[in-house]
Design a protein around this ligand. Sequence first.
Ligand SMILES: C[S@@+](CC[C@H](N)C(=O)[O-])C[C@H]1O[C@@H](n2cnc3c(N)ncnc32)[C@H](O)[C@@H]1O
Length: 208
Amino acid sequence: MFMHNNQREQQHLGIVRSLLMHMFGRPKGILGRLGGLILAHTKRDFIQWVIHLLDAQPDEKVLEVGFGPGVGIEILAAATSTGYIAGVDYSKEMVEQARARDAKAIKAGLVQLQYGSVEALPFADDTFDKALAINSMQVWSDAMVGLREMRRVMKVGGKIALGFTPQSGQSSTGLTEMLTTAGFTEAHLVETDQGFCVLATKCSANTG
Ligand SMILES: C[S@@+](CC[C@H](N)C(=O)[O-])C[C@H]1O[C@@H](n2cnc3c(N)ncnc32)[C@H](O)[C@@H]1O
């Protein structure tokens, strides 16, 4: 049996996609650990930029979904004094790496990192002043469910930031509309040479 070139190309693409998913999308096993190390050394400036846009204050409660190796959590924790930083990630390997990176802030009670999914966040309604996710939403199994769940745990007046670098494969088209559909207002896009970020506000109380 001969495979057509097209079929072979599709098969190769499938393998590459699966490898990338294991390394970066939902890091798992040795590849996942390696992916975490690469992310930690390549994305710091971009993460810093998104956090700057989010404008988290030292006394605020902040949630990061999909924190990966924990660089964003590290930056947020360094700027917090009386606040609280929580993180949820769907990769046990990343929870482990981030807990090691952020051990001091965890010990000080400023940071709490958990394994879990954006689709069922382990927090009460109206908990957080700010929420963010960087290069993560593109791999959630249902982005709209995730966004609504992030909104649920945010306080009225809270701000969300979703950052993406070109490597994420996420298009900026339609993102502000998605945030509006999820119940956020004032959704707007900010771009830099390293990627883009959509920001929005939760302006009204949860319903239902
Ligand atoms: C490309 S990594 C980005 C990590 C980090 N934010 C960064 O920029 O370095 C994507 C992260 O999202 C997490 N993730 C994927 N699906 C998720 C879900 N449903 N809920 C929470 N985290 C998820 C992955 O485990 C992974 O750590």
